[in-house]
Design a protein around this ligand. Structure first.
Ligand code: DAH
Length: 336
């Protein structure tokens, strides 16, 4: 029996060492260790072994099974390793991997952050107000009477409750003056909404950045200097800027600011990017009256409201404002 075990073991070890693939490995496992395998058959021969030899023979058989199982496992690992090596043999691991597309900031966000950075450096701090507003903050406080065309149903999105989507970020002027005391120096970037027909320079939901400076003896020169500095910091010192007299109920005198847009393939043209002016004393009176104070008596100030989409158009020479809301990757990918 001992010799039989030794010869089965030797034959099995030889068979295992010549195996080249998984299929013959499995066949070998069955033919050695399987139900009818050579070793299993030897084990069945235990019945004929004498009582006193049984422990020693049994131990030998168990040992043989352990050795062959280990040899089969080792051969399997070797074959698997060879297979793995072959599988990657043709792959150039020094090639750069496929990059995942990364998102980026929307041009409006980029320009908003740049504008806020410049204005904060000039001493303005951030203020805020709601997009769903009441008529008082959007119009009355800002000296815009009930019969003013901007309040018309055709121009403003009203809710049944009488509230409205703010038509301008100027609402934040009123809200800030209600809460703070002069001197005030704030900016507020935010969305505004109008029932405008959409075209190459108008959207019905758009973004502005509002500014308000209230102190004593503020001059038109400071207003002009501040905004010119701001625009040149944003677009470069060569930027062409012009101030045109205009009318806004909450400023007196008032101006519109135009900047020259130089879009590829188009004649340069002036586009209006902001309204501004010296705070109308009627606004100070409205706020004081609402607060029951006279802290704005003797104050002067300037205010401005800049269109962020328009700034983006000038910054990158964008010919049509609608490109900014179409979410076309071919357009947006340029800003990433
Ligand atoms: N709110 C005006 C608009 O949306 C822009 C504006 C004009 C803002 C003059 C101001 C200002 O603060 O002083 O058309």
């Amino acid at each position: 029996m001992k010799e039989q075990i030794a010869s089965v073991q030797e034959a099995a070890m030889q068979q295992i060492s010549s195996i080249l693939n998984m299929k013959s490995l499995e066949d070998a496992r069955v033919s050695i260790l399987g139900k009818k395998g050579s070793l299993t058959q030897l084990q069945q021969g235990m019945r004929t072994v004498s009582k006193e030899d049984k422990p020693a023979i049994g131990a030998l058989l168990n040992e043989a099974r352990a050795i062959m199982t280990a040899a089969l496992d080792m051969r399997r690992d070797q074959i698997q390793l060879e297979l793995d090596e072959q599988a990657v043999a043709d792959i150039d691991i020094t090639l750069p991997g496929a990059t995942l597309p990364m998102g980026g900031l929307h041009p409006i966000t980029i320009v908003k952050e740049e504008a806020v950075r410049v204005l904060r450096r000039m001493g303005f701090s951030l203020s805020d107000g709601p997009e769903i507003e009441d008529e008082w903050h959007c119009f009355d406080a800002l000296n815009t009477p009930a019969d003013h065309p901007a309040r018309n149903e055709k121009d403003t999105f009203y809710f049944d409750s009488g509230k409205l989507l703010r038509t301008q970020t100027s609402t934040v002027q009123a809200r800030t003056m209600e809460k703070q005391s002069p001197p005030i120096r704030i900016i507020c970037p935010g969305s505004a909404f109008r029932r405008d027909a959409i075209d190459a320079t108008h959207l019905s939901a758009f973004n502005q950045i509002e500014g308000l400076y209230v102190a004593k003896d503020v001059s038109v020169g400071e207003l002009k200097g501040t905004l010119e500095y701001f625009l040149k910091a944003l677009f470069g010192t060569e930027t062409s800027v012009r101030f045109r007299p205009h009318f806004f109920p909450f400023t007196e005198p008032s101006f519109e600011i135009d900047v020259l847009l130089q879009a590829a393939g188009q004649q340069p043209r002036w586009i209006e990017i902001a309204g501004c002016g010296m705070v109308n004393p009627a606004v100070f009176e409205n706020i004081d009256q609402a607060r029951g104070t006279d802290i704005y008596a003797g104050c002067t100030g300037f205010a401005f409201g800049i269109g962020l989409e328009r700034l983006a158009m000038i910054r990158w020479g964008i010919r049509d404002i609608r490109l900014l809301i179409e979410n076309d990757q071919r357009f947006l990918a340029q800003f990433q």
